[in-house]
Write a protein that binds this ligand. Structure first.
Ligand code: HEM
Length: 419
């Protein structure tokens, strides 16, 4: 048995993928994806043939130089998924369709059109006052904590980590924090991005679109100091439909990865003894924990993706026009080529967690995400200084997803605080 053993079953006979292609779906050892990436790299090199759900072939780009190359060469590896040569094999209920199916948003645009759309988002996000955002996040975090502080226990993923960036993002876009339909929008966002059993994500996504279309209309009539108004007033003159599409992209892109960044950082702080002391003033700071998570447990582990514009080569592989490439961001961050001594993680920010190149997470967004995540973590530790895990560290479970790295739950306990 190889290192990839039970989780990496090879492609079935008759499959158009190379015979050694590895099935990504249903990987059993979410606990240590670093092991998977190391094994895949050893067996297949920096670009591995993989099978997505339904045995659809793609390439997983594992090497730091290769991910950097792909993301920096959009003339070779482009973002419009309609280029895919596998569409004839994709059923209408394919589970990855929500991420891969073309939508007329900034995410799938290329060239000048992408520069136009991303330029509007960049400028609109650049207008966010980081101190004000920090104050808003503190207020949001305080309210959430007050909701569970008296009970002495909480499940931080559901009750805290998801809610802080969701509320901060919709408020940043101009929805008043206290309005009843703001909470409805936040709930619908959660359902559409992360449906629980019994939820209807399609209906929730529809309601998100309708509410944001109304927001755009309201801001056309009465602009304010918010991201939506700045997008509408930008000289590029985006249509209302374009602004709605891109607002959905901004809010969704802000919510999920930032929530997992918060939760993965809290996990590290509560389980690693270098930080356990640090919570109340030990060796390593919250900022260092946030950065270490981006190197070692990055929220967007794998991102789908890019599509080859023409036949080319990458990492010794022949890539055909229209092939799909998955950006292995977590694998690239732990690439032994950049960590020859084996020690991964550093004070610097040269990780690829925000990707790279033309389509990378747009410049001010990582800074805003940092404000949200840092404020969420620091406020929690300020308010509940004796916070500890309510279960053993090895009882925490990771979500069975190869895309997002995040916990299913983070149960904690603390001395109840009488308000
Ligand atoms: C305030 C919070 C955030 C906002 C507003 C935001 C916004 C965005 C937007 C609009 C895009 C699409 C860019 C494009 O296609 O041109 C994007 C892409 C992306 N973001 Fe963020 N983001 C946020 C937080 C994060 C966090 C916390 C992470 C991970 C640690 C992250 C990782 C990414 C990645 C990997 C991409 C894909 C880039 C690619 O296609 O190469 N983002 N983000």
């Amino acid at each position: 048995m190889t290192d990839t053993g039970s989780f990496a079953r090879p492609a079935p006979p008759g499959c158009p993928a190379p015979a050694d292609a590895v099935r990504l779906a249903g990987l059993e050892y979410q606990r240590t994806p670093a092991q998977l990436y190391r094994a895949l790299r050893r067996e297949h090199g920096p670009v591995a043939p993989v099978l997505l759900d339904g045995d659809v072939p793609a390439w997983l780009v594992l090497g730091y130089p290769e991910v950097t190359y792909v993301t920096r060469h959009d003339e070779l590896f482009a973002r419009d998924s309609r280029r895919w040569n596998q569409w004839p094999n994709i059923p209408p209920d394919w589970p990855l369709l929500p991420y891969v199916g073309y939508q007329p948003s900034v995410l799938f645009t290329e060239g000048d059109e992408h520069r136009r759309r991303a330029g509007v988002i960049t400028l609109a996000l650049d207008g966010v006052d980081q101190f004000e955002l920090g104050r808003d996040c503190r207020r949001i975090a305080d309210r959430l904590i007050s909701g569970f502080a008296g009970s002495g226990q909480a499940e931080l993923m559901g009750q805290y980590a998801h809610a802080v960036p969701a509320r901060a993002a919709v408020q940043m876009c101009g929805m008043p924090l206290d309005a009843a339909d703001t909470q409805r929008l936040v709930d619908d966002l959660r359902i559409s991005l992360d449906a629980a059993e019994g939820d209807d994500p399609v209906a929730a996504y529809g309601r998100v679109g309708e509410r944001l279309a109304r927001l755009v209309k309201e801001k056309r009539e009465l602009p304010g100091p918010d991201v939506t108004s700045r997008m509408l007033l930008h000289p590029a003159e985006l249509t209302d439909e374009e602004v709605v599409q891109d607002l959905i992209s901004v809010i969704a892109a802000a919510q999920q990865p930032t929530a997992n960044w918060i939760c993965n950082t809290l996990r590290l702080l509560l389980t690693d003894e270098r930080f356990a002391l640090g919570v109340s003033g030990g060796r390593l700071s919250v900022a260092e924990a946030l950065n270490e998570v981006l190197w070692l447990a990055t929220p967007t582990q794998n991102f789908i993706g890019r599509w080859a514009v023409r036949d080319t080569q990458l990492g010794g592989r022949r890539i055909r026009a229209g092939d799909c490439l998955v950006l292995g961001l977590a694998a690239a961050n732990t690439d032994p080529q950049i960590w020859p001594e084996g020690h991964v993680g550093a004070e610097n920010c040269a990780h690829l967690s925000f990707s790279n190149g033309e389509h990378r997470c747009p410049y001010p967004a990582p800074l805003l995400a940092d404000v949200m995540a840092r404020t969420a973590v620091e406020t929690l530790l300020d308010r509940l200084p004796d916070l500890v895990l309510a279960v053993e560290p090895d009882e925490l479970t990771w979500r069975p997803s190869i895309w997002m790295r995040g916990l299913t739950a983070l149960p904690v306990e603390f001395t109840p605080v009488v308000q």
